[in-house]
Design a protein around this ligand. Sequence first.
Ligand code: CA
Length: 512
Amino acid sequence: MTIPRIIRMHENDNVAIVVNAGGLPEGTVFPDGLTLTTRVPEGHKVALVDIAQGERIVRYDVTIGFALQPIARGTWIEESLVGMPAARGLDDLPRPVRDRAPLAPLEGYTFEGFRNPDGSVGTRNILAISETVQCVSGVVAFAVDRIKKELLPNYPHVDDVIAIEHTYGCGVAIDAPGAEIPIRTLRNIAKNPNFGGRVMLVSLGCEKLQPARLFPQGSIPIQTQTMDAVCLQDAAHVGFGDMIESIMRTAEQHLAQLNLRRRETVPASELVVGVQCGGSDAFSGVTANPAVGYASDLLVRAGAAVMFSETTEVRDGIDQLTARAADDDVAQAMVREMAWYDDYLKRGGVDRSANTTPGNKKGGLANITEKAMGSIIKSGTAPIAGVLAPGEKLQQKGLIYAATPASDFICGTLQLAAGMNMHVFTTGRGTPYGLAAVPVVKVATRDDLARRWHDLMDINAGRIATGDATIADVGWELFHFLLDVASGRKKTWAEHWKLHNALTLFNPAPVT
Ligand code: CA
């Protein structure tokens, strides 16, 4: 017989979640005498005390909702019983906490990475071919296929050749407010540390996003821009074959340069780790995200940069976050990004509650407030050292709030632009997400998912729920795994199977 298990996140909570696979039947008696008056599905909440109508429902020591009717002790708190709290206003938020004891430095950890001329460090050695506009994508894809078959085998120190394909570049209101976001995202992706510091570009010729607008003078460290850019409408190209020849000739020069790069031992502080979650369930905030938070603290203590994101999933915790800001400027920058996003959603006629998915709810998350509390835990406990607007490039170490939508593909794309060289992705419902440009480490929230998706999930945080591992155990496991994958000693499952999602730009401006 299985032992019934529940997890309460904080001593002030009046709910806990059922851990047992498949849930627990009505009549289940727990060691402390709590008896289930209804069936409770796996990952869903049970009332630990009688909760009166209108009373607060508390998880993570935070009000995640209000009881819409009386809820007896031992009852399944279905989504329909929970009223959603209003969003916290952005005025009169807590000031940053002063005189916080700094986290103890963590020294002596290294990985083998590719040092770039600008000082950044890559975890992979990839030729990335930038594109100004979607029109060229078919041609570039054709060329990349041939480059991989005919040229790449001659350059054994280069890991891969990829196209930075996207749907932007023309048919857009390129001077509208917000258009700077997709443009700087493309510019900064080209400068990702995994691409070796030089840019190769293919343009069409007549598009709105001209090469000089994508890469203005001085924006990239290229020696001679003409050598690195191929324009398909160039009069010298006679026929498709000429275009492909031009791209392959330019690519070969880049491959020869990249092939000179060698891994060298660098401190763990050179890691730039983007964390996010997708396909979340009630275990995300109990197992995987706390373990990622633990690893995030280890990384920050080692001097690395860690980015957490997903604005609609942290919006409900803004009062925690301003208190954790390193100073008033950082707190104000957080509020600026939340206000911008509130306004963006409002223009679309929705609010933050548009975030949750059917899968989230089936997995036990009643609303965005509950989801947000489980999401923020990924950021660990370090002070927030800085804030990035969407598409900006990271220039500092420590814990950073990189403002992005929660959409997995858009968040990953923007973290790529910020300069991440490792990506950590937690999932409860399960997603095979991957990126071509950086290794994506996937962390499962539940034993069952880790078992069924044994060749897709890299780390099993479900052992925390079953009592077979602690949050610290899994946090350290993830930390060491990141160093191994960054060094090229290990591959993630997404790399092994070459599972790559499309880059997806965040374009808040109109199209024409
Ligand atoms: Ca996400």
